[in-house]
Design a protein around this ligand. Structure first.
Ligand SMILES: *[C@@H]1O[C@H](CO)[C@@H](O)[C@H](O)[C@H]1NC(C)=O
Ligand SMILES: *[C@@H]1O[C@H](CO)[C@@H](O)[C@H](O)[C@H]1NC(C)=O
Ligand SMILES: *[C@@H]1O[C@H](CO)[C@@H](O)[C@H](O)[C@H]1NC(C)=O
Length: 595
């Protein structure tokens, strides 16, 4: 028995976001234009394979070269790529069939650049617009059936299905409407006479022409065609060329002639008198060019800027006295002049930098941009030579600012680093930017005593508390890393702790006697004083202080012989025959003082 298997149909809209991984890290996403602020495009962390890393720590940024505006950004929390500003496809890409915006996705630490392409899909956000509200035609009543009258087509800034799909002319007995394409590729409409006019029956006709696009919902625009019925009419003017081309440097001054267009009309009198006017023209072009309606000369009437627009297309209509017209296209190429100096952006800067960073540490990221094109936008970047920093070219027009040597805050605490960017135009233009960078302190210097050792002299019987001498140490580090505190190192003098003899003032280094000294007990002693800074961890050094005690006459002599004890009399035997001057006896006395 045969069995039939049916698959359910899949209906509904499917929006596909696709991602490609390339070795260089190119991401491609597709979005509709005019999406709401905050709409999620994709999860970039996942697409870059960085889920395990803190993308917020790496300061993910999305930038569009040459634009300060933010269109998309990375949410540091969810790591989603979000819409951050209005993206209007028509503003960026005009009539181009595909619209791709290029972004740089930057990650720091280490610096990493990913290209990000955003394909912007059209939505039907523009209505068809006719150049004018009303078109006036004067048509002879003798015109034959099949006679054609040119009507400028409407314009819709959208593309593809969202552009104009059809025209409808209000029901009327005389005219039908056709769309034609010129050899230059532009479209125009024709009002075709389907049934002869009769001026006596009807002097004028008002017909509403509607252009409709194919969007969903559809949008439309209308023009009123006002036909005045007259006598004989004849030939339309004919341009000498269908397409005129011209080229201009972007620094062309006002009133510079661009081109002269010319159309001939074989008729005589009013019928052969040709005037020129612009057909469909963007607001931008209208500000830059003006057309002499009699001579057909186009001149520069506004400020040109290659960076704002490198190519202009103007439609020019030639009309005879009765309104018969034809159209030609003028293509004007603007050539670049080196009129933009490079711009230097500091994208990231670690400031201050600790003085102990190793040589080769990245301290900043610099980006240079030049709005000119080709050689005029090739930029070389350098910094002055007398600083321990250099610029290392990184990806594209990014540079890393890295240290080239050991820093020492105690020698140089601030750097002004001047970056100079020069383009390769002729003459070249350059610009510079100065970065102020401070060096932060590290506790890398111990206090150093001004003397290798200290000696203090004091007379015995001094008053307790009297100051003996001052020790002093310097530490060039910053704030607490350079604040010196003095203290006595523990030790013993004659079996007693040094602190029972001396004290040191922790702030001033003044050494005081704690007690009165006795020369007869000891004549000198040594102590160790330490100077320590307040860093963490602290650094210290030690110094020896020798204290010398000098004598004061504080002891009476003592007679040792004859012995002072016992009888105060002493008998010495002297021989009778002793001559005067003979030794009788010796008296011995000592004094514990010196000198
Ligand atoms: C850096 O520039 C600033 C401002 O111009 C100036 O005050 C400072 O003294 C400079 N520093 C150095 C180290 O040249
Ligand atoms: C002192 O040095 C330490 C590192 O040794 C550093 O972390 C601290 O910021 C420094 N203090 C000051 C005030 O610069
Ligand atoms: C100073 O002496 C103390 C105690 O003996 C010792 O711990 C310290 O390391 C010494 N400092 C220096 C710089 O020699």
């Amino acid at each position: 028995m045969a069995r039939e298997i049916r698959f359910p149909g899949i209906y509904g809209l499917l929006f596909v976001l696709f991602v490609e991984h390339c070795t260089q890290g190119e991401l491609t996403y597709s979005v509709q234009e005019e999406l709401k602020h905050g709409s999620i495009i994709a999860n970039v962390a996942r697409d870059l394979g960085l889920e395990s890393q803190g993308i917020d720590v790496r300061k993910a940024r999305v930038e569009m070269e040459g634009s300060e505006k933010e269109y998309i950004r990375v949410d540091p929390r969810t790591r989603d790529l979000l819409i951050a500003g209005r993206i209007d496809r028509e503003e960026h890409c005009g009539q181009k069939p595909t619209c791709v915006l290029k972004f740089d996705l930057l990650l720091e630490n280490p610096l990493e650049l990913h290209r990000l392409s955003l394909q912007v899909e059209d939505i039907n956000d523009n209505s068809p617009v006719f150049q004018k509200d009303t078109v006036k035609l004067e048509i002879s009543e003798s015109a034959d059936k099949g006679a054609r009258y040119r009507i400028n087509a409407a314009h819709d800034a959208d593309i593809g299905q969202n552009a104009i799909q059809s025209y409808t002319l209000e029901q009327n007995p005389h005219f039908v409407f056709n769309i034609q394409t010129t050899s230059a590729g532009s479209k125009y409409g024709e009002l075709v006479l389907n049934k002869e006019l009769d001026r006596e029956e009807q002097q004028e006709l008002k017909l509403l022409l509607t252009a409709v696009d194919g969007g969903s919902p559809k949008r439309s625009g209308t023009v009123l065609i006002h036909v005045t019925v007259l006598d004989a009419n004849d030939n339309a003017p004919v341009f000498t060329e269908a397409v005129y081309t011209a080229s201009l440097p972007e620094n062309a001054s006002l009133n510079t002639p661009v081109i002269i267009v010319s159309a001939k009309d074989v008729d005589e009198g009013v019928n052969g008198k040709v005037t020129y006017e612009f057909g469909r023209l963007s607001d931008k072009s209208r500000k830059i060019f003006s057309l002499n309606e009699k001579t057909g000369e186009v001149i520069v009437a506004g400020q040109l800027d290659y960076e704002e627009g490198s190519k202009y297309e103007l439609m020019i209509e030639a009309k005879d006295g009765y309104g018969l017209s034809s159209e030609a296209k003028v293509i004007i190429d603007i050539t670049d002049v080196n009129d933009n100096a490079p711009l230097i952006y500091v994208k990231s800067l670690s400031n201050p930098i600790p003085e102990n960073v190793s040589p080769g540490t990245e301290v900043g990221i610099i980006n240079v941009q030049d709005r000119d094109s080709e050689n005029n936008r090739q930029v070389r970047c350098s910094i002055q030579e007398n600083v321990p920093f250099k610029l290392v070219p990184s990806i594209k027009n990014y540079y890393s600012l890295v240290t080239t040597g050991q820093l020492d805050r105690e020698l140089v605490s601030d750097y002004n680093i001047t970056i100079i960017a020069t383009d390769e135009g002729s003459p070249p233009l350059s610009s510079s930017k100065t970065i102020q960078l401070s060096v932060a302190d590290i506790n890398d210097n111990p206090p150093v005593f001004e003397e290798q050792s200290y000696s203090a002299y004091v007379s015995e019987n001094n008053k307790p508390g009297s100051s003996l001498c001052t020790v002093s140490a310097r530490d060039p580090d910053w704030r607490q890393n350079g604040t010196v505190i003095y203290s006595l190192l523990p030790g013993e003098v004659n079996g007693a702790s040094v602190s029972s003899y001396l004290s040191v003032n922790g702030d001033t280094g003044v050494i005081h006697a704690v007690r009165s000294f006795d020369y007869e007990q000891f004549r000198s002693f040594k102590v160790q004083v330490m100077a320590r800074d307040n860093g963490s961890p602290p650094l210290s050094s030690n110094v020896t202080v020798s204290v010398f005690i000098s004598d004061v006459n504080d002891n009476s002599p003592q007679i040792l012989y004859p012995a002072p004890e016992g009888s105060s009399f002493m008998t010495e035997l002297v021989p009778k025959a002793a001559h005067g001057g003979s030794l009788v006896s010796k008296v011995i006395a000592v004094d514990s003082d010196s000198g």
